[in-house]
Ligand binder design. Structure first.
Ligand SMILES: Nc1ncnc2c1ncn2[C@@H]1O[C@H](COP(=O)(O)OP(=O)(O)O)[C@@H](O)[C@H]1O
Ligand SMILES: [Mg+2]
Length: 214
């Protein structure tokens, strides 16, 4: 039986319990999102990020969209990462767990050694210019590749220092594009409106200006 820290134990309780294979150990809580709690974990001796979805989110995606959220998010992550210009700006997807119903629905990703963009922006009184430039590049390359409605909200971005330059890394891919078949429920009546990528990236700049203003 693994001994968890108070923080990890509290997160497990918040998720209504977590069931994982023996070769995965939860080490720390690294973030909380609306859909999931993200842990730093160990898998076969390697450090990884494990995103364990909240049961209500798993249910919502299944009922409303007929999707397994972890499978969907991994496929979006893969599509994004497959674009050569976008590869350096994404966490590497590793695997999905729990599609058999025996374990908690989770998505294992490369662990990003970095910091949330929102934190760095506030601390530095602005978003690093290299991150804003990379954001424009991401929006352009994604658009060109036909990847729409990515969840490029600045709160979904981590920044990583790469040879002395801050660069953004996208890790959150659970946004269902407006033109995705799963969004055509109810004869299009409640179809989510599309949100172009460049609009999100423009918000990185707005956020940066807010940080500068203090
Ligand atoms: N691959 C990762 N490596 C390190 N930290 C991560 C990783 N993925 C997510 N996090 C942390 O967890 C937080 C929530 O993750 P996110 O993917 O936005 O979850 P949600 O889909 O629930 O919104 C992030 O803000 C970040 O701090
Ligand atoms: Mg998020």
């Amino acid at each position: 039986m693994t001994e968890y820290s108070t923080e990890v134990a509290a997160a497990i309780e918040e998720l209504g319990g977590v069931t994982l294979p023996d070769n995965i150990q939860l080490l720390e809580v690294v973030g909380r999102g609306t859909c999931s709690i993200v842990f730093k974990a160990q898998h076969r001796g390697e450090v990884v990020a494990l995103k364990v979805y909240r049961p209500e989110t798993v249910e919502k995606y299944r009922k409303k969209f007929d999707l397994n959220i972890a499978v969907f998010e991994m496929s979006q992550n893969r599509k994004f990462r497959k674009i050569p210009e976008l590869t350096p700006f994404s966490a590497k997807p590793i695997m999905v767990l729990g599609h058999d119903g025996k374990q908690s629905v989770s998505f294992m990703q490369e662990f990003i050694e970095g910091r949330p963009l929102a934190e760095v922006g506030r601390e530095n009184k602005g978003v690093p210019v290299s991150v804003l430039e990379a954001g424009e590049e991401i929006a352009r390359a994604a658009e060109q590749a036909g990847l729409r409605d990515l969840d490029l909200d600045y709160r979904n971005v981590m920044v990583q220092s790469n040879n002395g330059r801050w660069l953004p890394v996208i890790h959150d891919f659970n946004q269902i594009p407006g033109d995705h078949p799963a969004n055509k429920a109810f004869m299009g009546l409640f179809k989510k409106s599309s949100r172009p990528n460049y609009e999100f990236v423009r918000e990185w700049l707005t956020f940066s200006e807010e940080c500068r203003a203090g």
